[in-house]
Write a protein that binds this ligand. Structure first.
Ligand code: SAM
Length: 248
């Protein structure tokens, strides 16, 4: 059956490309890639030579129908992103949606994902978590978003780049409290992999004290707000007071 394979690629260590991913990438008619140059290098490392189709946020909507037409004509294709799992803070959902709408088989070839890799070593509650991806780039938008998350009781997972890591940690400390437990995972599976834990103020301090701790790629994980009975009662009283303003 013609299939669109959604293939995870490494987030750093090339050995994390699974044998099945290699097999699938070798077998398809073409590979849709976010950045054909980057994916070309990865494929070359494994001796895989395949036609590449550039598929990124700016052309995805327009290109999706053409790719679906190829699948309908009987070809199997793969979708990869620059790193990790496609569609997770990466392009691909429009293509997957279009393929599914056309009745095409879409099949995952799972592998690395920075958020999941980070959670797996953080030691924060992970039975429930909420993936927030990238925060808004602008300071005001970022602070608003964080404020809206202050009462969230699940562990929060954010992606962050080196440019904004210190600013974001500072904004998180302001929104969630300086003593909120948090874990910072940097450069996972790479040479300078570091996992720092403590509270938000402590993490900010470590990042500010050492230039090297601001380099690379980050996952920031913040423990959820405490959800004790006391907090729930207080919230109940607050809602009741608000409602009673409108009662006759
Ligand atoms: N699709 C990818 C995935 O499955 O994780 C995420 C792509 S997103 C554009 C890139 C962000 O993921 C980075 O800014 C960083 O927050 C996170 N990331 C990617 N690789 C990482 C790594 N090796 N260590 C820590 N964070 C990483």
């Amino acid at each position: 059956v013609p299939t669109l394979y959604v293939v995870a690629t490494p987030i750093g260590n090339l050995a994390d490309l699974t044998p099945r991913a290699q097999e699938v990438l070798r077998s398809v008619a073409a590979i849709c890639a976010e950045d054909t140059r980057r994916s070309g290098q990865l494929l070359a490392h494994f001796g895989i030579q395949q036609p590449l189709v550039a598929l990124h946020d700016h052309n995805e909507e327009a290109l999706a129908q053409r790719i679906v037409a190829r699948l309908q004509a009987g070809e199997s294709l793969a979708l990869v992103s620059d790193a990790g799992t496609p569609l997770v803070s990466d392009p691909g959902y429009r293509l997957v949606r279009a393929a599914r709408a056309a009745g095409i088989r879409v099949s995952p070839v799972p592998g690395a994902c920075a958020a999941i890799a980070a959670l797996s070593v953080a030691g924060l509650p992970s039975d429930r978590f909420t993936f927030e991806g990238f925060l808004p780039a602008k300071g005001s938008g970022r602070r608003e978003r964080l404020q809206a998350l202050a009462g969230e009781t699940r562990t929060l997972v954010f992606y962050e780049s080196s440019h904004r890591i210190a600013e974001s940690l500072a904004d998180m400390a302001a929104a969630f409290g300086a003593d909120r437990p948090a874990v910072l995972a940097r450069e996972l599976t790479k040479l300078f992999e570091t996992v720092l834990d403590g509270d938000l103020a402590g993490l900010l301090q470590q990042v500010e004290a050492d230039d090297n701790q601001r380099k690379g790629e980050f996952v920031v994980m913040v423990q959820g707000a405490a959800n004790d009975e006391e907090a729930q009662l207080a919230e109940g009283r607050r809602v009741y007071a608000k409602l009673s303003e409108h009662l006759p």
